[in-house]
Design a protein around this ligand. Structure first.
Ligand SMILES: *[C@@H]1O[C@H](CO)[C@@H](O)[C@H](O)[C@H]1NC(C)=O
Ligand SMILES: *[C@@H]1O[C@H](CO)[C@@H](O)[C@H](O)[C@H]1NC(C)=O
Ligand SMILES: *[C@@H]1O[C@H](CO)[C@@H](O)[C@H](O)[C@H]1NC(C)=O
Ligand SMILES: *[C@@H]1O[C@H](CO)[C@@H](O)[C@H](O)[C@H]1NC(C)=O
Ligand SMILES: *[C@@H]1O[C@H](CO)[C@@H](O)[C@H](O)[C@H]1NC(C)=O
Length: 557
């Protein structure tokens, strides 16, 4: 009895050991993976591929998922059959001769229902066939024995962006695929326990791929990253260093794309949550638990068009939005606006000069903003003046921005949508205004200038008087000292007198020394400040130059 029990436990141990040894990262062509078996990425075993029930209340609803192997509770990064959950106890994953991945609601030999397919078909299977491999990056790839990838889960994400992923307008396609080109979208889960496609999706704007959007219900803008400046997205100036790993690239087929590379060795992921927010999580080393490090939108101004068009959104306490019509604009519907309904935004009041056959339109620079949506790039303009001039000449142009770096000249029409003004950071926007609106601006500026000139004059006059008085006193002291010296040298020929004559220049030296020290200090400050500028330019690759600069200067002040 005891012997048989011992034998049994030995067998169990052996079976477990065998299973562990058999942990593989590869599914060979013709093989199938049946729950509860899994594939484990190699060499580090970061990710695992298998069947998983995300809803503990419904353990029979199984999905083929990629999850982090070591974090608890189980964190899913990718789901294959999001639309159709498996109902049979033992669903399976197979790899066909054509290199197509299929999720079946049971075993292939039983003719089980197909729940999902990678939809890749190749005319001829290569010698050696295909294999599906789960990698330490989290990507599931189908490739031939030479390593040519014909399908990659990174091209067809669910709700999670992992380090190494690309984001482009259309999904990458390297093999024959059934159906039209697929938009590349990160689509939220319906709820925390239901991976079926939810209401929110993140992707690049097909009309202007330099911006990322989150849309609600297919096409209602919910959040916008702002234009890519070459260093960062204008709407995300305060992203901490360790989450900032976006780089822009261009591909002859895909067009503009962005890659995300984690700058920190710890695990990171961006997830489009069921409530529409884009959340960045990172594993805390001490506890091995996920920590939220970044969220957008995190206040009302980060919600798309919170104030409607031609208005500026600023955040007041508790992340609430304060909406103000831009200078030269008034609410389109005053009653609704005052009642808190900002959907209609603001309209020009008065009109531009060019709209009433006058000349005189000029520009007002609005600092620290997230540029409006609907920008278009003006080609062939190579300087700020040309950019301003082309906007001034075109009555349909309402604002412009010129960036010496990659952006070049951007123009906007007369609908300036989704402008968020930050406390600091962001970029300036040059808003077109009629001369009457700019006139008052200039008048204020003139008054300020005159006032400061008067103050300066009074100050200088005071200084002069004070200096003159000081000089008179000094002269008097000097004269009396010389008199006393002359009288005393005769009577005393002591070292004490020498001491005094030495002590005077010495005192001067220390005073000079102090002055010198002060100068060194201020020079140091300047050096430090400029040093910080150049450093921030280097950091610019990460894309928060402005933030670091300001923080540094504020600290120094
Ligand atoms: C594969 O193609 C079928 C039929 O065109 C389609 O219904 C399905 O959504 C496609 N699957 C994927 C993962 O694109
Ligand atoms: C990674 O990020 C964490 C912040 O949670 C930080 O403590 C750590 O120093 C970072 N490591 C590197 C290499 O940047
Ligand atoms: C706001 O105003 C728009 C247009 O006038 C209207 O369609 C919408 O229902 C209003 N929204 C609310 C919340 O009152
Ligand atoms: C502006 O001038 C054009 C032709 O010079 C004329 O047709 C148009 O009516 C004028 N518009 C206004 C608003 O005066
Ligand atoms: C003027 O601006 C509009 C858009 O605001 C643009 O479509 C048009 O091409 C511009 N015209 C010229 C002459 O640049």
């Amino acid at each position: 009895m005891a012997a048989s029990r011992l034998l049994f436990s030995l067998c169990t141990a052996l079976a477990v050991a065998a299973a562990a040894a058999a942990a593989t990262d590869t599914l060979k062509q013709g093989d199938s993976l049946t729950a509860p078996a899994t594939l484990v990425s190699s060499p580090s075993g970061v990710f695992e591929l298998g069947f998983h029930a995300p809803d503990p209340a419904r353990p029979a609803r199984l999905y083929l998922c990629v999850w982090y192997r070591d974090t608890q509770p189980r964190t899913v990064a990718w789901v294959a059959n999001r639309v159709n959950a498996a109902a049979a106890a033992a669903p399976s994953l197979t790899l066909t001769a054509g290199g197509e991945l299929r999720v079946l609601d049971g075993a292939a030999k039983d003719g089980a229902r197909m729940l999902w397919s990678s939809n890749t078909t190749t005319r001829a299977a290569p010698r050696g066939g295909y294999e599906a491999v789960i990698q330490d990056s989290g990507s599931l790839q189908v490739r031939d024995v030479d390593g040519t990838v014909i399908w990659d889960s990174f091209w067809h994400p669910s709700d999670t962006m992992l380090s190494g992923m690309r984001i482009s307008v259309n999904a990458e396609v390297r093999a024959q695929v059934r159906g039209p080109p697929e938009r590349m979208l990160f689509t939220s889960w319906a709820s925390d326990t239901d991976p079926s496609p939810g209401r929110f999706a993140l992707g690049l704007d097909p009309a202007n791929p330099s911006q990322a959007f989150i849309w609600r219900d297919g096409n209602v803008p919910f959040w916008r990253s702002g234009q890519w400046t070459g260093l960062n997205f204008v709407g995300i100036p305060y992203r901490p260093l360790y989450v900032y790993g976006y780089k822009q690239g261009n591909d002859p087929i895909l067009g503009m794309y962005f890659t995300y590379t984690a700058t920190n060795t710890s695990l990171q992921r961006f997830v489009v949550a069921p409530d529409g927010r884009d959340v960045c999580y990172m594993v805390k080393k001490s506890t091995q638990e996920w920590e939220t490090v970044w969220v957008q939108p995190s206040n009302e101004c980060e919600r798309y068009g919170a104030c409607g068009s031609n208005a500026i959104c600023t955040v007041v306490q508790d992340g609430k939005a304060k909406c103000t019509c831009m200078k030269g604009f008034k609410p389109k519907l005053a009653d609704e606006w005052n009642a808190g309904n900002r959907s209609q935004g603001c309209v020009r009041n008065p009109p531009l000069d060019c709209q009433v056959n006058k000349t005189g339109d000029g520009f007002l620079s609005i600092p620290n903003v997230k540029w409006p949506d609907f920008s278009y790039w003006v080609s062939g303009v190579t300087d700020e003046y040309g950019c301003m001039n082309t906007c001034q000449q075109n009555c349909s142009c309402g604002a412009y921005v010129y960036m010496t770096q990659l952006t070049g000249c951007l123009h906007w029409g007369n609908e300036l949508m989704d402008v968020h003004q930050f406390q600091a950071g962001g970029y300036a926007l040059n808003l077109k205004l009629p001369a009457s609106e700019l006139g008052s601006h200039i008048a204020v500026w003139k008054i300020a200038a005159i006032a400061s000139a008067v103050v300066l004059f009074v100050l200088l006059a005071c200084l002069f008087l004070w200096w003159k008085r000081g000089r008179n006193i000094k002269d008097a002291v000097h004269r009396s000292w010389r008199r006393s010296r002359r009288s005393s040298t005769r009577s005393q020929q002591s070292a004490g007198m020498l001491d005094i004559s030495h002590s005077i220049p010495f005192d001067d030296e220390t005073e000079d020394g102090k002055n010198h020290e002060l100068k060194v200090l201020s020079l140091d400050r300047i050096k430090a400040a400029t040093g910080s500028f150049s450093e921030s330019n280097k950091l610019g690759e990460g894309g928060f130059g402005p933030v670091y600069m300001e923080h540094y200067l504020v600290e120094k002040k």
